[in-house]
Design a protein around this ligand. Structure first.
Ligand code: HEM
Length: 217
């Protein structure tokens, strides 16, 4: 029997996602190059130390702007609902015992995915605001040095949390079989949808049924 696939992302949303990934990688590695002398060797990939310092903030702003597009597209489906708290309470059973049967039904995104989304949003916002405060080429000269010092610490902290969040996100995308194709091909199997996001699956099926009915009229 032919396998049924359901669209999860449009082409534009996937291009947007992978642009964010590439820009986040560039901003992250150029940032690490400036963070500690042991990582100084990374500057060679960005045209040397001066260029690394010049391009890093622009990569950062570009990630933020690209992520903003994703934020607008996905925020509606990432708003917290009462069922998400129940899902989160049951999450240890999933993580420690792989007990998926214990999980409450999820919409398009489960509570774990929503936390990743909000963590990324807050971290990128903090990275942008703090980064601007000590951006020497444009703004830092009019910012008090004490504030710049606080901004540097918060910038590093937000970058650390953002990187941890990205690791969790990538691990989950690989760990949950059949998820990667959502961002590579734009669709998921009906089985995947029913298994992991049954409420979203039902909405999609209902919409498809209505489309067929409308065509028949
Ligand atoms: C190699 C790295 C990455 C891989 C393999 C990956 C993979 C994926 C996959 C498969 C999905 C779809 C999940 C689903 O629909 O259930 C997704 C969604 C998403 N990804 Fe990534 N991703 C990566 C890096 C990143 C990075 C670095 C960011 C942000 C800076 C990011 C932000 C997002 C967001 C916001 C979504 C939409 C999910 C939501 O709205 O909750 N991803 N990613």
């Amino acid at each position: 029997m032919k396998k049924l696939y359901i669209q999860r992302y449009t082409d534009n949303q996937r291009i947007n996602h992978w642009l964010v990934v590439v820009l986040f990688g560039l901003a992250g590695f150029s940032g690490l190059a400036l963070f500690h002398p042991n990582l100084f060797f990374l500057t060679q990939f960005f045209g040397g130390p001066q260029w690394t310092r010049i391009v890093h903030p622009y990569f950062g702003v570009a990630v933020f702007l690209m992520f903003l597009l994703m934020f607008v597209a996905f925020v509606g489906k990432n708003l917290w609902r009462r069922e998400d708290t129940q899902w989160l309470n049951a999450a240890p059973k999933l993580v420690l015992h792989a007990d998926e049967a214990a999980m409450p039904p999820a919409h398009k995104y489960n509570a774990g995915q929503k936390l990743v989304f909000w963590s990324m949003t807050v971290c990128l916002l903090v990275l942008l605001v703090t980064g601007v405060l000590f951006w020497q080429a444009w703004f830092a000269s009019s910012v008090p040095i004490g504030l710049q010092r606080v901004a540097v610490v918060l910038h590093a902290l937000a970058a650390f949390i953002m990187s941890l969040t990205a690791v969790v996100h990538i691990y989950a995308a690989i760990w949950v079989k059949g998820t990667l194709r959502a961002m590579t091909q734009g669709n998921v199997s009906a089985g995947w949808a029913k298994h992991h996001h049954v409420l979203w699956y039902r909405d999609k099926m209902e919409a498809a049924r209505r489309d067929v009915q409308a065509e028949r009229l």
